[in-house]
Design a protein around this ligand. Sequence first.
Ligand SMILES: [Zn+2]
Length: 262
Amino acid sequence: MLWMTVILVSLLGLMIGSAVNAIVWRLYVGRSWVKGRSMCPECKHQLAAKDLVPVVSWLALGGKCRYCKAPIQDSPIVELVTAGLFGLSAWWLAPVTVVTGVLFGLWLVILTMLIVLAVYDARWMLLPDKVMVPAIVLALVYVVAQAVLTHHPLMMRGPLLAALGLGTAFYVLVAATKGRGMGGGDIKLGFLMGLILGIKGLLVALFIAFDVAALVAVILIISHRKKRKDQMAFGPYLVGSTVVAFLFGQQIVAWYLRLNGL
Ligand SMILES: [Zn+2]
């Protein structure tokens, strides 16, 4: 039964991942989310259904447009990662009651928005408000829904404190460095992370994000793929660590405490 759910949710993730690619592109060129058929950004040829099957089309076409042979911008990796995270969420959160089902549905929408933000930031070093603001609203809905549905109104306190705390910390950081390194989008992302994670989860996420980003930066500099002064989008690391901490935060804290004999 659980495996059936995991497989179905993964397939949903595959389709959503395909939509994420389209949304990221349409946000960038400023077209409406829903209007208009998909087309190749290079030759403007309209794409048929057979060109739009997640992953399969990309493989069948060798990563090139059927009509003009330009490399396809939409990455099958985005589709596969989305499918993987959807499946992992279904398996780990195993929603069986109405309450967990509602929260699970909300989480999938928030997760989708997080993936859009990460992909957009990785490509264009920007976290668009058009996604960020709805994501923050939805995270607020999640926090309130969780407190109301589980009859624990005090559960709202942690996420709100964490959101204000990290939002303020990032604001100070951006002001102090005059926007080099981190930007205004990161402030809102900090607020969003706090809402999603609460205080403990947030600490886990920051710990992971800073360590992994530093490690990647060192590897890129040593391998001469980047210079010390080059800008690096920090958003994808923050988003990735948010997803990990949301799903496994408690386990990571317990593991870390055991490791240190606490
Ligand atoms: Zn083309």
